[in-house]
Design a protein around this ligand. Structure first.
Ligand code: HEM
Length: 404
């Protein structure tokens, strides 16, 4: 199939209600203010930048889209050019009835029992990263800490080779930051990932090991072997969904606490009071929820009074729903002990995150180890934090001063 190759070169957004763009430079650092401003006027924003596409910003509207698999398909899980090449990455790109079998295949590997076994491994890993910082007084926390943690977790769990981490981060960057506007980049990333995954899956067919890759290489659903393209899709999804997401959540937490020494002091004083660490981690996930998904409208419908036509696209803006005052008391306040926190950072409905146990473990362990090692740290005022735009939002560099 031929795709147009020219990159969409679009002007900066001046009206977020009628012309939103999640790749606009203002999005990364300001998305929460942008959603709040839109919500004060209407529940759903629109744009024509990716064909007609919508952005719901209330909990109600987001939940309606997420739960409605009749009218909204996951065949498009990112809002991109309508002619963008798409590839299957089950279960996230699957609709009922296929979705269920793919999800059931992956779920057991992410059970609480399996994930809890990784806790000590993750703690030792975080401590090693911290030890490598030595006695430096300044640190780039994304480079030296946050970006490595989820790679270690997912590689330990699946058998994906950790030494290829730079490759994964490069795919993730191009896939999320460039590909929504550039079909050539999307195709290149798909081709590179396919070749890489084919290699590791074929290796498991000839040399089986006791790992998730071997399970996927031999995957069957109801006695039928799964197509190779779908097996490849599982692995691609684990690499993409397992790394950038949690890295962003941990990074947001570290960036946040750099500016809130009172909250750091309370957490460090709580020592092993797990409840406070849990509520604080959940608040990081609510406040800085990194993941926004997409859907294709497959039948004409309406969300919060906004008509949507078959063939159009919509975001499922879970992070915006987490700031809806109709769903949370004082959502703009970051409360480390927020008791009632039914956030939707991990999604809603049949596609709710399969990796949430792993993500939660990594977030709480990474924050505990960091704050206990550096109870007094702050943002480096001479350098700027850059935020990733688009589907997975989070700080990509976190320059810090370690006051000791
Ligand atoms: C803080 C970290 C994470 C966040 C915020 C997050 C968020 C999400 C969200 C919002 C969805 C729903 C997608 C949709 O509705 O279309 C999802 C699905 C999914 N996530 Fe995560 N995720 C995180 C970490 C992980 C990790 C570590 C993994 C492990 C590989 C993972 C694997 C998946 C998978 C496989 C799905 C698809 C589930 C399905 O379609 O049934 N995620 N995630």
């Amino acid at each position: 199939m031929a795709y147009e190759s020219e990159v969409q070169d679009l002007p900066p957004v001046t009206n977020w209600k009628t012309d939103w763009d999640w790749l606009d430079d203002q999005w990364g650092a300001n998305a929460i203010d942008i959603w709040n401003e839109i919500r004060s006027e209407c529940p759903v924003a629109t744009t024509e930048r990716y064909g007609r596409s919508f952005m719901p910003v209330t909990m109600n509207a987001v939940a309606q889209v997420a739960h409605d698999t009749e009218n909204f398909s996951s065949i498009f899980v990112s809002v991109a050019r309508p002619d963008a090449p798409r590839r299957p990455a089950p279960p996230i790109t699957s609709d009922p009835p296929d979705h269920h079998g793919h999800r059931r295949l992956l779920l057991p590997s992410f059970s609480p029992k399996n994930i809890n076994q990784l806790e000590e491994e993750m703690r030792v890993f975080c401590r090693k990263l911290i030890a490598d910082i030595g006695d430096a007084n300044a640190v780039e926390a994304a480079e030296q800490y946050t970006q490595h943690i989820p790679v270690h977790g997912i590689c330990k769990l699946t058998g994906i080779p950790e030494q290829d981490a730079d490759l994964f981060r490069d795919w993730i960057y191009r896939n999320f930051q460039l590909a929504p506007r550039d079909n050539d980049v999307r195709l290149q990333v798909m081709t590179e990932m396919n070749a890489y995954i084919d290699n590791i899956l074929k290796d498991r067919l000839t040399t089986p090991r006791d790992d998730m890759l071997t399970m996927i290489a031999n995957a069957e659903i109801e006695g039928e072997e799964v197509d190779w393209e779908l097996k490849r899709g599982y692995v691609g999804l684990l690499i993409i969904a397992g790394i950038d997401t949690t890295w962003s959540a941990i990074g947001s937490g570290i960036w946040h606490f750099a500016q809130h020494p009172d909250q750091v002091a309370a957490l460090v004083a709580a020592e092993n009071d797990d409840l406070l660490w849990q509520t604080a981690s959940e608040e990081v996930l609510r406040y800085y929820a990194p993941v926004t998904m997409g859907r294709k409208v497959i039948q004409d419908t309406e969300i919060a009074g906004c008509p949507m036509r078959a063939g159009e696209q919509t975001l499922v803006t879970f992070p915006a729903a987490n700031h809806d005052p109709a769903a949370f008391d004082n959502p703009g306040e970051f409360q480390i002990d927020r008791a009632r926190n039914r956030h939707v950072a991990f999604g809603l409905g049949i596609h709710r995150c399969v990796g949430s146990n792993l993500a939660r473990l990594e977030v709480v362990v990474a924050l505990q180890e960091w704050l206990r090692a550096f109870p007094d740290y702050s943002l480096d005022p001479t350098r700027k934090t850059e935020w990733a735009n688009g589907q997975v939002r989070g700080p990509r560099n976190i320059p810090l001063l370690l006051n000791r």
